[in-house]
Design a protein around this ligand. Structure first.
Ligand code: G6P
Length: 369
């Protein structure tokens, strides 16, 4: 067991720290920035169905659904195709409208989630083309789809998904970029810059992981909290959901993720000096808006933990704690912002004496309804 954990205290921590390598493995052979090369070998025969899709429907559950939400923002921005993201369990039972020219992307780490598999079969029966984004090679979902791209993240043992999420987002980014290029929605120069930046993301993830000890200190302060709110906007709204899910899953602290602007329509009522609020407040195109959301929380005496870009003095002067991460292009930020949230959940759970690898009541893969 100790050998399998490679010197880490748990599989989850090992898997969090594996992310520079797992994202690199996911990119390997598929992206060569210097040559302007981007190719997902598994998506060849049916690529036109994706390229000319009137609509993309993304299906998944849990963390995979969150990766799908990130992909919605990415696909719509880069590929300019309308996207709907659905919980597989809801989709399959609500008599969904599916057209033969819909492209469906099914996301699943295990490739065995019963609801996702059933949703695929339903979409397939209506003539849609199904693309899989799975981690486990040869899994049921991988076999049920028309085509797909594996995430190549390696086996994920910890029940709370970490490296599978970043690998899923990486594959979905590559898919969106491929489509954007073929549809001529991105200029050559922009495409090339994005390839270079994506190629350097594993290094930036490694750099982000250096904040681990700082996060552990913050975890000491908030380990006894009974609630936590996570806020983000744009590409990082789904990351806020994912951060809250991680905390719930392994520390059993009640947490909610929200788009930061929705705070005033409900969650703001919960804010007092007892309420820690985690903000994803990096310098993207919603930065100014997030800054004013932070002010609203501080005005109500909430405790603010902010994920910021290196050297952000403005937010440092407002927040109770800042966690600095490297800058990258807006579309790539989820690959970095999720890392401190995984670590925060991890350390809080460990301090509370929880079994992070096998949290109570949860299964790694839900193969029954
Ligand atoms: C379970 C796991 C989650 C996972 C979800 C979807 O709930 O505990 O970590 O995100 O299933 O699993 P999948 O294998 O389809 O990605």
């Amino acid at each position: 067991d100790a050998i399998e954990k490679g010197g880490f205290d748990s599989f989850m921590l090992k898997e969090i720290f594996e992310q520079p390598e797992s994202v690199h493995n996911c990119l390997r052979g598929r992206l060569i920035a210097e040559k302007g090369h981007l190719q997902l070998g598994g998506i060849n025969k049916y690529i036109d169905r994706l390229l000319y899709a009137k609509r993309i429907i993304i299906l998944g559950c849990g963390t995979s659904w969150h990766a799908g939400l990130v992909a919605e923002y990415i696909f719509e921005e880069l590929a300019r195709i309308p996207v709907e993201v659905e919980y597989a369990s809801e989709f399959r039972y609500r008599n969904p409208i599916i057209y033969p020219d819909d492209a469906v992307i099914a996301i699943s780490q295990s490739g065995e989630t019963a609801d996702t598999l059933a949703a695929i079969e339903l979409a397939k029966s209506k003539g849609a083309t199904i693309f899989g984004v799975c981690n486990v090679v040869g899994s049921s979902i991988a076999r049920a789809t028309h085509e797909g791209a594996y995430t190549h993240a390696g086996p994920e043992i910890g029940v709370a998904s970490t490296k599978a999420f970043t690998a899923q987002v990486t594959v979905l980014l590559m898919m969106a970029l491929m489509i954007a290029k073929k549809r001529q929605n991105v200029a050559e120069a922009q495409f090339s810059e994005l390839l270079y930046e994506l190629e350097s993301i594993p290094e930036k993830i490694a750099k982000t992981l250096k904040i681990n000890e700082e996060i552990e200190k913050i975890a000491h302060i908030y380990q006894h909290s009974s609630n936590m709110i996570y806020l983000g906007r744009g590409y990082n709204f789904p990351v806020a959901l994912e951060g809250a899910l991680k905390l719930k899953e392994i520390s059993y602290i009640h947490a909610e993720g929200y788009p930061a602007a929705e705070m005033k329509h409900g969650p703001i009522a919960l804010i007092d000096e007892e309420m820690p609020v985690v903000f994803i407040a990096i310098k993207d195109n919603s930065y100014e808006k997030v800054v004013s959301n932070i002010q609203e929380v501080k005005a109500r005496k909430g405790r603010v933990i902010a994920i910021v870009n290196e050297g952000d003095n403005l937010i440092s002067s407002m927040a109770d704690h800042v966690i600095e991460i490297p800058a990258t292009y807006d579309v790539l930020t989820p690959l970095l912002t999720v890392i401190p949230l995984q670590l925060l959940a991890y350390h809080i759970a460990v301090l509370r004496g929880c079994n992070v690898d096998q949290p109570r009541n949860l299964a790694k893969s839900v193969t029954v309804e």
